[in-house]
Design a protein around this ligand. Structure first.
Ligand SMILES: NC(=O)C1=CN([C@@H]2O[C@H](COP(=O)(O)OP(=O)(O)OC[C@H]3O[C@@H](n4cnc5c(N)ncnc54)[C@H](O)[C@@H]3O)[C@@H](O)[C@H]2O)C=CC1
Ligand SMILES: O=C(O)C(=O)COP(=O)(O)O
Length: 527
């Protein structure tokens, strides 16, 4: 098998390339490309490692015909079109902790720089002006710091600010009362925070809800003399409104590491009074860059080489230890899903995925993903276990997962129940010898069959001579039978015949099988 190919398209610590190579990937480092150059190149790669400069747009993803995984060496993934990546079956991962201390430290540094106007004082001193009387700062001790966003970075900022003897209040709709107590912060509503904070620092992702969270209207609600720090994302603040507030002195200072448009070669805030900025340096320390480079390379290569999934934003985690255990189950799940997809008539409305015995001790999400991928393969050949749950949701399918650790007739079992326009249908399968997928139940009829290659499925009335007739029909058409499986509800009742053949079955042979007496259903299947 050829080695997975990975492209590093942003400046990254060299440890990343080293780890990719050590873990069995071929890696190219090509930074500073235009979007057009990236689009022309990306088709060759299985993995893409990025920071914030590479924009992974729909156009890039459309061109990325081999791409399986994108790894963000850092936290924010607003430069990746995740819904589109999901729809294309591409896993998106980040490294959620590698640069959080560094970014929190940058926010604190920005706050201190604002409080004492260090950048301007430095510039004027070096110009020989000795501006001793031009810079009256403020103490942070005893002041109120308002955190907007109290996740990983926000909570580190809180603890550092508490070390500086500040009172910390936080607005974060997802912050629990218990966690607020643990962090020693007062949980408040946004309006309270705006009214009370002497310093405000932003630590949320950029989402539809957080975009312009410091809008003109909200900036007007802040305390006069407030100082604002943003080391999260540019779009969180209305930059023009902030400029106005700096000019009229309502906001006493603002320190921004991030801008609505980056690189910010020009910006409405440049030159405003008490405005300081850095060029998106929040994560730029040696320590953080080594951390995120190592993590992203380990995570991407683990996925590409072993199937392990860590810190993915569009699929459940799967450890490298779990991946090999789940592999045969996923193969079984996909085959069962595919069988149902090929046989079920009409719209699939509800899907129940039941795991029993040993299967119930495993992570069910990848099994569900594989069932849905198999099921929907008849609609799309680009469906995979990453995008299948999203597509199922889009199509309005209701998916239920049920675990039952007690063993039934089999030590391990996956059962799929679907509600279709034509009623409920159930199939079930197990693993023989821990690794070989076998169908054991089809629509309530016991059978033992491997689902592989081209197959013929027939439902008929159990009667003598039928099997011989089908055998002759296929033989006369020059079609060789590989395996032959039978099951029936009861003697003389409904029977199922499932056989594998060495080639695709022509329409006229299917028609002739349909015309045999007692035949109810004939269907060519492929796995
Ligand atoms: N300047 C830089 O170089 C860096 C910037 N960042 C930015 O910092 C952001 C925060 O990072 P982490 O703390 O690690 O993320 P996190 O996910 O741990 O925390 C984000 C917090 O924001 C909260 N939040 C979400 N929606 C909110 C809303 N509408 N109002 C208030 N709070 C809301 C969440 O509940 C969560 O607690 C990242 O999304 C990234 O954009 C991260 C690293 C470096
Ligand atoms: O990790 C993040 O979210 C960052 O914003 C850091 O961005 P960068 O990797 O320095 O381009």
């Amino acid at each position: 098998m050829s080695k997975p190919r990975v492209l590093i398209s942003d400046k990254m610590d060299p440890n990343a390339a080293r780890i990719f190579e050590e873990n069995g990937c071929d890696v190219d480092v090509i930074t500073g490309e235009t979007p057009e150059q990236l689009i022309a190149r990306i088709g060759d790669y299985d993995g893409l490692a990025i920071r914030s400069s590479t924009k992974v747009t729909k156009e890039v993803l459309d061109a990325a015909t081999n791409l399986k995984v994108i790894g963000r060496a850092g936290i924010g993934v607003d430069n990746v079109d995740i819904p589109y990546a999901s729809s294309k079956g591409v896993v998106v991962m980040n490294t959620p902790f590698g640069n959080s201390i560094t970014t929190a430290e940058h926010a604190i540094a920005m706050m201190m720089a604002l409080a004492r106007q260090i950048p301007e004082a430095n510039a004027q001193t070096q110009q020989g002006l000795w501006p001793k009387n031009g810079f009256m700062g403020v103490e942070v001790t005893g002041k109120t710091l308002g955190l907007i966003g109290a996740g990983n970075i926000g909570s580190i900022v809180a603890s550092r600010a508490q070390g500086l003897k500040m009172k910390v209040i936080a607005f974060d709709p997802f912050l629990s009362a218990e966690r607020a107590v643990e962090m020693g912060v007062e949980k408040v509503e946004l309006d309270q925070l705006l009214a009370r904070a002497d310093f405000i620092t932003l630590h949320t992702p950029l989402t539809a809800e957080t975009k312009n969270i410091l809008s003109a209207e909200n900036l007007a609600k802040t305390k006069k003399g407030v100082r604002i720090v943003n080391c999260a994302r540019g779009g969180l603040i209305d930059e023009a409104a902030l400029r106005e507030m700096l000019d009229n002195g309502h906001v006493a200072g603002a320190a921004l590491d991030v801008f609505a448009v980056e690189p910010a070669k020009e910006n409405v805030l440049f030159g405003a009074p008490n405005f300081i900025c850095t060029p998106h340096l929040g994560a730029s320390t040696t320590e953080a860059q080594v951390n995120v480079a190592l993590q992203v390379a380990e995570q991407l290569s683990d996925y590409l080489v072993n199937g392990g999934v860590t810190n993915a934003l569009n699929m459940p985690s799967l450890s490298a230890e779990e991946a090999p255990k789940l592999k045969p189950y996923m193969a079984l799940a996909e085959k069962l899903g595919s069988l149902v997809g090929q046989l079920a008539h009409g719209n699939l409305k509800r899907i129940g995925i039941e795991v029993e015995g040993h299967a119930a001790t495993l992570n069910i999400k990848p099994i569900t993903g594989a069932v849905l991928a198999g099921l929907m393969r008849r609609y799309s050949d680009t469906v995979n276990m990453v995008n299948a749950p999203f597509i199922a949701k889009e199509r309005g399918m209701e998916v239920r997962e049920i675990r039952n650790e007690r063993e039934g007739a089999y030590s391990t079992l996956i059962r799929i129940k679907v509600d279709t326009d034509a009623g409920e249908r159930t199939v079930a399968g197990t693993l023989f010898g821990k690794s070989q997928p076998r169908l054991v139940d089809i629509f309530g009829i016991g059978i033992e069959a491997d689902l592989d290659g081209n197959m013929l499925y027939i439902v008929n009335e159990d009667a003598p001579g039928f099997i011989g007739r089908i055998g002759s029909l296929l033989g006369e058409a020059g079609i060789n039978i590989g395996t032959f499986h039978l099951g029936r509800r009861e003697t003389g009742g409904e029977a199922v015949l499932l056989l594998s053949v060495d080639q695709e079955i022509p329409q006229e042979v299917l028609k002739a099988a349909c015309d045999c007496p007692g035949v109810k259903t004939v269907k060519a299947l492929s796995f």
